[in-house]
Design a protein around this ligand. Structure first.
Ligand code: GLN
Length: 310
């Protein structure tokens, strides 16, 4: 069989199974199995495939047809401006999470600019004044690494408790070296240990952000393959999915600078309940939610008050 025949058969197979992107999936698997770039497939349609290559491709197609996410089969996923290694210990980076990164990038760009203006007027350019950002539950590291690459003058700390996920985080940092990112193998619930691990640079954060586990354990709408393949630890939370969001806001707000920000990814039905709860805390001068690209409420945006009175 030639490449084009195997490709077409795979596409048909995926179409019959009502896959959303049959051609893309088939091309990605084919390229991966043959060690080619996807674009090269088009130039090699007539390539005769060897028996062992066909067997390998068949195995990949079977794995995919059983529901295994493409990213786990390929072992990588493009996110924002980089590619990240992934395996079943980490959540696969989602496009919704790019909205979180973009929002953080806008805040940081503005904060860097303000700091520069301030330092120019003061004629001091001390390293001490670098901004600092903490990410809770970093998983693959897609959020912190994306931001650390873009903001080299900002200090980033990324916390991850799972051993398996931390190994992936280390690997991703090795592939995307950023001296301004320190990774911390710790449970974000232990805020004192986390802050102590960050202390060598600074104790108060300009921004604390997270894509926490926020799916309600009782939620019946969750995709079967997400549940089957992705790590439970990264997905689910008690208290209708709100446990970590509320716990981490309570635990880290003392370590957020006045006028500092929290950015949390949230479930699209959790916005109003969270906003009400956050307003009730009387800690924040701004409490808002932002939408993702598909128009769903996806980010909780909080700005800490300058002082207790506002
Ligand atoms: N920060 C990682 C991501 O956004 C992991 C998040 C998680 O495991 N809940 O993909």
């Amino acid at each position: 069989m030639i490449l084009k025949e195997v490709l077409d058969k795979s596409i048909t197979f995926f179409k019959q199974r009502k896959f959303e992107t049959p051609r893309l999936d088939a091309e990605l698997l084919m390229a991966y199995g043959l060690g080619l770039e996807r674009i090269q497939l088009y130039l090699k349609y007539d390539l005769p495939l060897k028996e062992h290559e066909i067997t390998k491709l068949r195995e990949l197609v079977v794995r995919r047809s059983q529901g295994e996410p493409i990213a786990y089969i390929l072992g990588k996923k493009d996110f924002y401006k980089s590619t990240f290694l992934v395996n079943s210990h980490v959540l696969i980076p989602r496009p919704e999470t790019e909205t979180l990164v973009e929002t953080a990038a806008k805040l940081l760009a503005k904060a860097c600019k303000d700091l520069e203006d301030l330092e120019l007027t003061k004629q001091t350019l001390e390293k001490e004044s670098a901004l600092s950002v903490l990410e809770l539950g970093a998983g693959s590291g897609c959020i912190s690494i994306s931001l650390a690459k873009e903001f080299e003058s900002v200090c980033f700390f990324a916390v991850e408790k799972s051993d398996g996920a931390f190994a992936v985080l280390e690997e991703n940092l090795k592939n995307n070296p950023c001296e301004n990112l320190k990774i911390i193998h710790q449970d974000a619930e232990n805020e004192k240990e986390v802050v102590a691990a960050c202390k060598e640079t600074k104790e108060q954060f300009d921004l604390v952000l997270s894509n926490p586990p926020y799916i309600d354990k009782e939620d019946e709408n969750i995709d079967v393959n997400v549940k089957k393949y992705e790590p439970e630890l990264a997905l689910f939370a008690d208290q209708k999915g709100l446990y970590f969001i509320e716990s981490w806001i309570a635990k880290y707000s003392p370590y957020l600078k006045p006028n500092g920000y929290f950015l949390f990814e949230i479930g699209h039905t959790q916005g109003s309940e969270l906003k009400n709860k956050m307003l009730g805390l009387n800690l924040f001068s701004e409490v808002d939610t932002l939408k993702d690209l598909s128009g769903k409420e996806r980010i909780l945006f909080l700005k800490k008050k300058w002082n207790k009175n506002g």
